[in-house]
Design a protein around this ligand. Structure first.
Ligand code: ADE
Length: 247
């Protein structure tokens, strides 16, 4: 996969793209990530990227020319016939694990980050394929949302996570929150790891984890259960939770 990130602040990405799993994924060649400063594509000697809004009102608006030119520049050697051009904006569709899984199938993603201001509407209408929001809150720019999207997509690419199972078992991939995890010591300040996890009985452990995952989801994110089919055992467990029986 190739990812191009269009931003006025490429330096914001340096640490994030070099560290940990993203850094390793790039080293291994699982993904190629470039940052492109679209100020380099401004047309005038002042390198202007924004201007006052037509019709008046406060704030500045990102001009179309530098962003179109920067996107066209990266499209010129795109590895894909239909790259996705993603605009980071609080007005976009909410980014989800399902969206990340869809984007992870693509060969080329282009992310456009605004900063402070809005975008000229013609960028929305005639350039981008998707508008993405990372949640109902407003950040100073699209850079942090772009980092979240890139991180989430890259970890799904083949060969990026050492343990192939670890992405498939994630919260939201299974549709349930994850069950509680423990590691050594078995007793810490008098708080003990549940006996069943020390029992070595794999089938019982599996059942305990499934029930815990369902309980946690029922307690914290009941909205996730509404969109998901439940089997008979899960329905029975939920009736028990409703009666106050904790797993
Ligand atoms: N830009 C500013 N806030 C944002 C958000 N919540 N999601 C995506 N882009 C943004």
């Amino acid at each position: 996969m190739r990812i191009d990130i269009l931003t006025l602040f490429p330096e914001m990405f340096e640490g994030v793209l070099a560290a940990s799993i993203l850094g390793k994924a790039r080293e291994k060649g699982a993904v190629v990530i470039n940052t492109v400063n679209f100020r380099d594509f401004a047309l005038d000697k002042h390198r202007t990227v924004d201007d006052v809004p037509y019709g008046g009102g406060g704030g500045m608006v990102l001009k179309p020319e530098p962003i179109f030119a920067a996107v066209e520049h990266v499209l010129a050697d795109s590895p894909s016939r239909a790259p996705r051009i993603l605009m980071m904006t609080p007005q976009g569709e909410t980014f989800t694990q399902a969206k990340a899984e869809q984007l992870a199938q693509e060969k080329h993603l282009i992310l456009i980050c605004g900063h402070y201001e809005g975008f000229d509407e013609r960028i929305r209408e005639h350039l981008v394929t998707d508008e993405l929001s990372i949640g109902d809150y407003v950040l100073t720019g699209g850079e942090i949302p772009a980092m979240a999207v890139v991180d989430c997509v890259v970890r799904l690419l083949p060969g990026v996570l050492g343990n192939e199972r670890s992405a498939a078992a994630d919260s939201f991939s299974t549709g349930l929150l994850e069950y509680p995890q423990y590691t050594r010591p078995a007793s810490f300040r008098g708080w003990d790891v549940p006996d069943i996890l020390l029992s070595g009985h794999h089938a019982n452990i599996e059942e305990w984890r499934n029930r815990q995952a369902l309980y946690r989801t029922w307690l914290r994110r009941p909205d996730l259960l509404e969109r998901r089919p439940l089997d008979e055992k899960q329905k029975r467990w939920i009736r028990e939770f409703e009666q106050g029986i904790k797993p």
